[in-house]
Ligand binder design. Structure first.
Ligand SMILES: Cc1ncc(COP(=O)(O)O)c(C=O)c1O
Length: 396
């Protein structure tokens, strides 16, 4: 059968990350390539207890169809918490989604199409880039600096590109770079959104995972005219497999996203929403967050300390203040380092090209994740990357 896909579906290729992920879990491979929470981060016992209680006390509600907007008690709880952080104003509403990923799908499907432009950070989260490309809109990456988007390049893009409808940013501990956008730049982004009349998607799955202080004010907290669509998620603080996220935005946007969501999956898995709600309200959620922050701060310090020993100074890397990732830059002549790391050293890192809107040639960056490997794997993995670096230096 000769299948004719739409041009947008035709252009969608399996993500390089997924392909590398398959190899990363091969026996013996050290996985710096995943984006998964650490195995020890899962409150599995608590979830088992909660699940049993839900099935005992409210089995039908947990197994029946539910409403598209989401489980009401969870929506209320999340909204109270959001208001306490100035993340929601009086006009804002909340929609529970199938992870934060669905927020990107819904927002872009509702607000951008052929002839429009969506701007994003370069590099950025590939799941969002692919969702945006599916709308038929032109997706344009804008380079980043140590403190977020390069504002000159952003303004160039805003002047150059036609019909810019959306800007997608991950201001806290960005995936893949680990970069945090400064408060000054957050304010500038919002100012530019007003000046050039576009909306901002603020994707924040890592914001709670800070190592020392909380990150600067969310862009959503600056929003006085309904321009910011905030995406939250339980994936990195409870479980990605539950697939529960949320969107906070102006009521008119949430109404449209809700209608769209109805056509996609009717509603987010109700059992999973109930589990998330109970975990948030009946368990010491703050303690759990404190535990995660300490866990990832420790793993990041170990990983970056070992990187300093084995990769520096030739290979440079970001020093994230939270989240799960650091971004490494290779010197000239080391372009096949990630591939050789996998083949010769059994160490999986993700080549930077996987996070680009348009692949850059040559690609000299790669992403490392410090939450998935064990401490021992981190030490051994960095040692092996250091060996490869020395071998490649001799061969130049
Ligand atoms: C920046 C970013 N946004 C969204 C997601 C998807 O999150 P969810 O599991 O909530 O769909 C990820 C997952 O890695 C991510 O890194």
């Amino acid at each position: 059968m000769d299948y004719r896909f739409t041009p947008e579906a035709e252009a969608l290729k399996p993500s390089a990350i997924r392909e590398i992920l398959k190899l990363s879990f091969a026996p013996g491979v050290i996985p710096f390539s995943a984006g998964n929470p650490a195995p020890e981060a899962f409150p599995a016992e608590a979830v088992a207890g909660i699940t049993a209680q839900i099935l005992e006390k409210t089995p039908i509600a947990a197994l029946q169809y539910s409403v598209t907007e989401g489980f009401e008690p969870l929506r209320e709880e999340l909204l109270v918490r959001a208001k306490a952080k100035a993340l929601a104003n009086e006009r804002d509403r909340i929609l529970i989604t199938a992870g934060a990923q669905q927020v990107m799908s819904l927002a872009s499907a509702a607000l951008a199409g052929r002839g429009d432009t969506i701007l994003c950070e370069n590099p950025s989260f590939v799941g969002a880039i692919n969702a945006f490309k599916l709308t038929g809109a032109r997706v344009v990456g804008v380079d980043m600096e140590e403190d977020g988007l390069n504002l000159n390049k952003l303004e160039d893009a805003l002047r150059r590109e036609e019909n810019v409808k959306l800007l997608y940013v991950i201001p806290n501990f960005q995936n893949p770079t680990g970069i945090t956008t400064s408060e000054e730049k957050r304010r500038a982004l919002y100012r530019l959104a007003r000046q050039y009349d576009f909306l901002i998607i603020e994707d924040d799955p890592y914001g709670e995972l800070y190592f020392q202080g909380a990150p600067p004010c969310p862009i959503k907290s600056l929003d006085t005219d309904g321009r910011v669509i905030y995406a939250g998620s339980f994936s990195k603080v409870l479980s990605p497999g539950l697939r529960v996220g949320w969107c906070i935005a102006d009521e008119a946007l949430i109404a449209k996203f809700t209608a769209l969501k109805q056509t996609q999956d009717v509603h987010t898995n109700i059992m999973a929403q109930m589990i998330a709600h109970r975990f948030l309200t009946a368990y010491p959620f703050e303690e759990h967050l404190t535990f995660l922050r300490k866990l990832y701060a420790r793993k990041a310090a170990l990983c970056l300390g070992e990187a300093e020993r084995h990769l520096a100074p030739e290979i440079t890397f970001t020093r994230p203040a939270g989240g799960l990732f650091a971004w490494c830059a290779l010197p000239e002549g080391y372009d096949d380092f990630p591939l050789r790391a996998l083949r010769e050293k059994q160490v999986a890192v993700v080549p930077g090209g996987a996070f680009r809107v348009q692949p850059a040639e040559p690609e000299r960056c790669f992403r490392i994740n410090f939450s998935t490997p064990t401490d021992e794997q981190i030490v051994r993995g960095m040692e092996r990357l250091g060996e490869l670096k020395r071998v490649m230096a001799r061969g130049r």
